[in-house]
Design a protein around this ligand. Sequence first.
Ligand code: S3P
Length: 430
Amino acid sequence: MPENKSVVIRPAKNFGGSMSLPGDKSISHRYAMLGAIADGLTKLENFSSGADCASTLECLKSLGVRWERIGDAVAIYGQGAKLKRPTGVLDCGNSGSTMRMLSGILAGQDFTSELTGDDSLKRRPMERIMKPLGMMGAKITSAKDGRPPLRITGGRLKSIDYRVPVASAQVKTSLLFAGLYADGTTRVVEPIQTRDHGEHALEAFGAHLERRMKDVSITGGEKLKAVEATVPGDFSSAAFFLCAAGLFPGSQLSISGLLLNPTRTRLLDFLVGLGLKITPTDLREQHGELVGMLQVQGEGLKGARVIGEDTAALIDEIPVLAAIAPYTADGIEIRDARELRVKESDRIASVATNLRAMGAKVEELEDGLRIPGGQKLHGASIDSFGDHRIAMAFAVAALRADGDTEIKGADAAVISYPDFFNALQGLVQR
Ligand code: S3P
């Protein structure tokens, strides 16, 4: 767990090299949860090294699921659909994904469970899963205003036909997982298509879905079968390195074994629009997920506007895109990003505060940020606000600043990518 340690980042002359990344966080959570309720032994290579996915594994252990870690692999001994009554409170740590998606499975269990988390997670909205899971028949109570801790009494569920009001892959996945325990067909319709790893994972474990873009249905009662899979490299972690390469014209970076699922890679379209040269090669499919290698060449960056569906598709990559915005020629404007205010920190405020600390002009909007281009930044003392993506985004911005930058609470990076600072230093040329 983060201990509020600092890291100092010195400016770089160039950036580049070859790398691969630990397994994608979104996919690791889903494979671990489905492996737990499948029949047989699930083996997952390149499982996420992040503390969030460790929280998922610990919760599963409290629910009677046996697993072993062997290097970067995890072997999960599936229990079948019915888990064991937990002996204590399930601690989801910093992980909203663990709490929201596991709730879908707990809604189908014949016992009561309690879920809690750290101070950041206790501030995050859970009403978005409480309402539809309640409609399916689970009894869920929370602390004030739909915030954790949650208490879920599950049982036999009834299917629902549900339009998700706020685009959220976690909510969609939670309801599809609950749909496994429901009588009849559960249908989830999204306002904007979000990442579809839940759908691919369910199919990989043998479930049958009906899918049409934003419209997904699952029929309850199917048994899941264990899989052997390699988790593709985390695209959201790759984003920091892609943006770092973007800061240095002429830089050359290659990333192999990377998740390239089109519902996750909108950042590539933006970076190409900004001027980067990006070539995907070695494309293949692994359990429904597109995987490949990216070859990237840095070029001078233009500007961009991120709005509407693009904002939703880029949601985890916005902090780093905003952190490099002052170095672009024309700046970056981000709108329709209210959801960023209820992530691990209020990411709109965190980015604005830190950019200002580095001497940048930035306009904070209720639903986004307006960051002019052509700016020079200086080294400063930066606060991660306990948020992994803020710590990593400002380590990237620091590479082009004048002078050293101290990232306070840099160890928040353990949440998704514990080796981030080593990997970054390994690619920096000074
Ligand atoms: C995730 C979905 C997104 C994202 C989060 C991971 C997932 O959250 O921000 O980091 O794995 O489904 P929302 O579902 O809240 O949009």
